[in-house]
Design a protein around this ligand. Structure first.
Ligand SMILES: [Zn+2]
Length: 227
């Protein structure tokens, strides 16, 4: 271990490779986040997220399966049964809306893997996770999404870590200037909607739900150091 630390200090190439290997994502701007949101909303590309209990019941689909744009039963549910607001809620289970993601702040990182199965007891990233859960605090890191919130849909993310001394200050700043940020977020969502709406006039409303409900997604995040 000390040898790795020594090398980490002195060998920039080694350091970069190690950080690349550990970090699945770090800084991501709102435009990049908007591509993720749009792709899921128009239901294209690779499977994503999970079918929620609500959607499963409404569409008579098995709960917890990955949403798959290639499956006709999933397409029918997505486009014909779910409202646009319900589609947003499905996306929000695993993706933040552009403007809301903590990855915009430069303080938040996804480490090792984005698959929850890799972090459970006995799985290949569990040791790393347990180490971070115990020692991350000494370097100011905390797991942002611990699951179980009543008022927003983010699931537990054992890979998503925040550097709290800066992230907590940024969050306090948003809270202290909430009206200003609400106006800026709405203006940003307007501009994405008008860009996308020109191509898909029938799908003009991409952000109805999050406009009314962004606050818990922004504020109800674990910033304490206890899990
Ligand atoms: Zn993340």
């Amino acid at each position: 271990m000390p040898r790795i630390f020594d090398r980490f200090q002195t060998d920039t190439r080694f350091r970069r490779n190690l950080i690349d290997w550990i970090t699945r994502s770090d800084y991501r701007d709102a435009r990049e986040q908007s591509y993720i949101w749009h792709r899921k909303f128009v239901f294209r590309g690779n499977p994503f997220n999970r079918v929620s209990a609500h959607a499963a019941k409404k569409c008579e689909l098995p709960e917890g399966r990955t949403w798959n744009p290639a499956m006709s039963s999933h397409r029918t549910c997505w486009f014909e049964t779910l409202s646009t607001e319900e589609r947003e809620v499905e996306i929000l289970g695993a993706s933040a809306a552009p403007g809301i993601s903590r990855h915009h702040w430069g303080t938040d990182f996804d480490l090792f893997s984005l698959n929850p199965r890799n972090f459970v007891d006995g799985a290949r990233m569990n040791d790393e996770y347990q180490w971070l859960a115990k020692h991350g605090v000494h370097w100011g890191y905390s797991q942002a999404y611990i699951g179980g919130h009543q008022d927003h849909g983010y699931m537990e993310e054992r890979w998503h870590w925040s550097y709290v001394p800066i992230a907590a200050a940024l969050q306090e700043h948003v809270r202290a200037n909430e009206a200003h940020f609400a106006a800026a977020l709405n203006a940003q969502w307007d501009s994405f909607e008008s860009r996308w709406g020109s191509k898909h006039p029938e799908d003009r409303r991409f952000f109805n739900f999050i406009r009314e409900n962004w606050r818990p997604f922004m504020f109800h995040v674990n910033q304490g150091f206890s899990k």
